[in-house]
Design a protein around this ligand. Structure first.
Ligand code: HOZ
Length: 424
């Protein structure tokens, strides 16, 4: 595969941008080789600057649920650009997006728009601390909630990929306020509550862990967290930056009876533009400034372009059979991958929730970070390279979820053909 132009850009970029990239895993440090520098995308495909085409399973790490260049999203963006790109003043379109979010996410009576998932989680944590008057909180080993200081403790995603789940630069005093439990292990959560009675503000959890691959919650896990929060006066925060509007119309809460006190969102609600949001019950959200005393602000929050792309994306998802299509494509990919691996006698786990999934080289189901790190990473790297050589772009890390869009049905044969080569 010719990547000459990508290589030349990458070499120059490394002189001006740390590692040559604006987010760490993009640098391909753990998989080796030159990251293809992308020139354009359409539907399920992207093309790099050397003209190579790939089926895109990265999809901007989740936002592009409609694929690249959806017509409705493009039209909404053109109209927004023509009307003005930022005002630092409220707009009617923000209200429309807030109405859509609150109309679909269970328990979300009010929502505040911010600029990224990281901002959403930082703000939700501040709110939870203020509302409970407590400072400690629980997160799970291998979960990732953006790069806010409090969350860079046993973090997943790029931090885990690059071997820095606990980052230097996070003040020790702050990191000590972050308690870490094991995903899918209620006893580890119970132990923390027992050790810190009356001091834990909230539990932050990805209802499907998507930053150590794809790890679904065990059947009683989320319910158990709800019970523990209620018993100890703590809040339950679902980080749905990844799962929100992806796994179902109202996010993961549509797939469970468990209700969170606060939900953080991002990715899909911006349709590929920078956005984040946090929402919850009215009483809690009214603590946010200026209705309340919990300060949080942003020059570009509720940005007209992001709001337009997000509203168009959510409107498009509501038409036709978007979630059924995503489920069918996901199920076909899952069964295809499993069959290919079985034919070759390669032990794999394909773990999937709707249109997010991950393939682990492991004989056993993956339920927590230890299982993830015990899977065969060298085999995964060979597989990644084989997929790339055969025209399929996966996230360059065994700890990131793969994503599908409503446009990926037509690309399934290409993905499975590549997988057959990559597994040989
Ligand atoms: N939340 C994204 C997926 N884990 C992050 C992507 C990135 O680190 O660039």
């Amino acid at each position: 595969m010719n990547l000459a132009k990508s290589l030349s850009i990458f070499e120059s970029a490394q002189q001006l941008i740390p590692g040559g990239v604006n987010s760490p895993v993009r640098a391909y440090r753990t998989v080796g080789g030159t990251p293809p520098h992308i020139a354009r995308g359409s539907g399920s495909s992207v093309w790099d600057v050397d003209g190579n085409e790939y089926v895109d399973m990265v999809l901007a790490y989740g936002p592009l649920i409609l694929g690249h260049g959806n017509e409705r999203v493009r039209a909404a963006l053109h109209a927004a650009v023509d009307g003005g790109t930022a005002f630092g003043a409220p707009t009617e379109h923000e209200l429309e997006l807030a109405r859509t979010i609150c109309g679909r996410v269970p328990g979300c009576e009010m929502v505040r728009l911010v600029n990224s998932g990281t901002e959403a989680t930082m703000s939700a944590l501040r709110l939870a601390r203020a509302a409970t008057g407590r400072e400690l909180f629980i997160k799970f080993n291998g979960c990732y909630h953006g790069h806010g200081d409090s969350f860079l403790v046993k973090a997943g995603s790029g931090a885990l990929t690059l071997g820095a789940p606990d980052s230097p630069g996070v003040p020790r005093g702050l990191a000590e306020q972050t308690l870490v439990a094991e995903y899918n292990d209620l006893d580890s959560v119970r132990t923390l509550f027992d050790a810190h009675p009356g001091q834990i503000a909230c539990i932050f959890v990805e209802p499907v862990a998507g930053n150590m691959g794809t790890v679904p919650p065990a059947s009683s896990f989320l319910d158990g967290l709800r019970g523990l929060c209620d018993a100890h006066g703590a809040l339950l925060v679902f980080d749905e930056v990844m799962t929100g509007f992806r796994v179902a119309r109202g996010g993961y809460q549509d797939l469970t009876d468990v209700r969170a006190d606060l939900v953080t969102l991002g990715k899909v609600i911006g349709g590929g533009l920078p956005i984040g949001a946090y929402g919850g019950g009215r009483e809690l959200m009214e603590r946010v400034s200026p209705s309340g005393d919990v300060y949080q602000a942003g020059t570009l929050s509720g940005n007209p372009l992001a709001v337009a792309a997000g509203s168009a994306t959510l409107a498009e998802l509501d038409e036709g059979r978007a979630y059924e299509t995503l489920e069918q494509t996901g199920a076909a990919l899952e069964s295809g991958l499993v069959a290919l691996a079985e034919e070759r006698g390669v032990p794999v786990q394909v773990q999937r929730v709707g249109s997010m999934l991950c393939l682990y080289f492991s004989a056993e189901p993956v339920t927590r970070l230890d299982d993830v790190t015990a899977s065969d990473r060298e085999h995964w790297t060979r597989f990644f390279r084989g997929m790339l050589a055969n025209g399929v772009l996966l996230p360059p890390s065994p700890y990131e979820a793969w994503f599908l869009s409503t446009e990926h049905g037509v690309a399934l044969d290409r993905v499975l053909h590549a997988a057959a080569q990559a597994l040989d």
